[in-house]
Design a protein around this ligand. Structure first.
Ligand SMILES: Nc1nc2c(ncn2[C@@H]2O[C@H](COP(=O)(O)OP(=O)(O)OP(=O)(O)O)[C@@H](O)[C@H]2O)c(=O)[nH]1
Ligand SMILES: [Mg+2]
Length: 451
């Protein structure tokens, strides 16, 4: 993952709090200075770095950590929530009736990203997608785009011999404008000179696009802010796409651009191939960036009565291999305590609950009502049975159903749910990447030092 440098420096800054029980003014100042330096080095702009650290400083003074939460963890949580705040809430883009205009400077990845986006919508939403190549300046642009999309079923419109981009856009819309999503790729330049400005304004007017995406190379650095402002003034940027996050240790510049335009990051590019596109979710991005993992986010969202240690213990149990009904009960209880399943699921690795993150709203509701039922059933079981559900034979299942006022089917459903979860947990244990992730989350509390 990119932005490794920032992570290391933030951890280093927070490490200043190590072993401290109470926060003093001097330490806060030092932390603040160190954080600001970390942000600047990751290409956040000066104003933004200042605002961010001032907010964190103020919150460090005003907000007490929850009982049992270490100062370092507290600081980390504040930094996390402030970074997420900068990036704003996620943007929903409907896969129909959508015209997307791609803009950006020379070589940032517009054409590649136009193709990636087209394929993303086609594949994930079965949308009918077309791309119009409106770059009449770069020789071979149409060919580049066609090659990227070869064999995907995305329609490509272009006029390789044309020299008026506005005409190409008008013709293209006439030809493929009925697709669910139409993406328009435009020309880039070293800087936005007069000609390109006029051309872009004209295209934007004809396209009347519902989204205008600014494509920024993660390496752009401090220049990102002013560049974003210029494009924003021309076309009104609605979304930011950061490319080449696979190849750089920075990227703060792109984050600055977001703060400048207010246009959230919608996707990130992580490679040259057509599939190397990721939908952007700020909380996941930041927790990954800070190496906190997704469980950490879950804990931050939990109400005070869900104690942090309990959650950690549960995570550890889940990874330990033993998985009793009681463990599943705890897992369910934790989820129901937190209340909205959605929030929890969005913070867990997909694998952990068998891709529940992809469940529909109706499916999630169904799951929530099951939780209540299962709990009643389990209250009628002995401890032994909960520890080893395989002990339950049909006669006993009937008794439990009667005792809990449920149907036999409910008891059986619970048992098969347990069976499925157990298999999933086993699968998780075999997932080395996930294990490592979980391990680092569990170590997180005690291990905050630079490096
Ligand atoms: N590693 C990596 N390379 C990328 C990514 N996105 C684009 N590229 C590469 O960056 C180079 C430029 O990409 P293009 O899509 O042609 O950029 P552009 O903005 O259309 O360029 P112009 O049309 O010349 O303005 C190509 O070599 C791409 O393969 C990415 O996410 N990761
Ligand atoms: Mg291009």
């Amino acid at each position: 993952m990119a932005l490794d440098g920032l992570k290391r420096r933030i951890l280093g800054s927070v490490g200043l709090l190590k072993g401290k029980r109470k926060i003093d003014e001097e330490t806060i100042k030092e932390l603040s200075r160190s954080l600001r330096k970390a942000l600047l080095e990751a290409d956040f702009n000066v104003r933004q770095s200042k605002e961010l650290t001032e907010r964190i400083e103020r919150r460090m003074i005003e907000e007490e950590p929850r009982p049992g939460v270490k100062l370092e963890t507290h600081a980390m949580n504040l930094i996390y929530s402030e970074l997420v705040r900068i990036l704003g809430p996620p943007k929903v883009i409907k896969p129909h009736n959508q015209t997307v205009l791609m803009v950006g400077l020379y070589g940032q990845g517009k054409t590649t990203t136009a193709a990636k986006l087209a394929e993303w919508w086609r594949k994930n939403h079965s949308a009918k997608v077309a791309v119009i190549e409106a770059d009449v300046h770069r020789p071979g642009a149409f060919q580049q785009l066609s090659q990227l999309l070869e064999g995907t079923g995305v329609e490509v419109y272009g006029e390789p011999e044309a020299n008026d981009a506005a005409v190409v856009v008008r013709n293209g819309l006439g030809k493929v404008g009925t697709a669910d999503v139409v993406i328009i790729d435009t020309a880039g330049r070293d800087s936005l000179d007069g000609d390109l400005k006029d051309e872009l304004i004209e295209i934007a007017e004809i396209a009347n696009a519902s989204e205008r995406f600014l494509v920024i190379d993660a390496q752009v650095g401090q220049a990102a802010g002013p560049m974003a402002t210029t494009f924003h003034e021309l076309v009104g940027v609605t979304g930011t796409i950061v490319t080449k996050l696979d190849g750089t240790a920075r990227g703060g510049g792109a984050l600055s651009a977001v703060a400048t335009t207010g246009a959230p990051i919608v996707f990130v590019g992580e490679g040259e191939r057509i599939g190397d596109l990721e939908k952007f979710e700020s909380d996941r991005f930041i927790s990954r960036l800070l190496g906190m993992g997704d469980i950490k986010g879950l804990i931050d969202l939990a109400p005070d009565d869900l104690d942090e240690q309990e959650a950690m213990r549960l995570a550890q149990r889940l990874m330990s291999g033993r998985f009793t009904l009681t463990d599943m009960y705890a897992q369910m209880e934790m989820m129901s305590k937190i209340g909205t399943l959605d929030k929890v699921l969005s913070h867990l690795p997909d694998t952990m609950f068998g891709g529940m993150g992809n469940m529909s709203v109706a499916q999630k509701r169904h799951m929530q009502s099951n939780l209540v039922k299962y709990r009643v059933v389990m209250d009628s079981m002995t401890q032994e049975e909960k520890d080893d559900p395989l002990l339950l034979k049909s006669k006993r299942i009937r008794r439990i159903a009667r005792g809990s006022g449920c149907d036999e089917k409910d008891v059986k459903d619970l048992l098969s749910q347990w069976n499925r979860s157990k298999k999933m947990m086993r699968g998780m244990r075999g997932d080395r990447k996930l294990r490592r992730q979980m391990q680092s989350m569990m170590d997180f509390d005690g291990d905050l030092g630079p490096g």
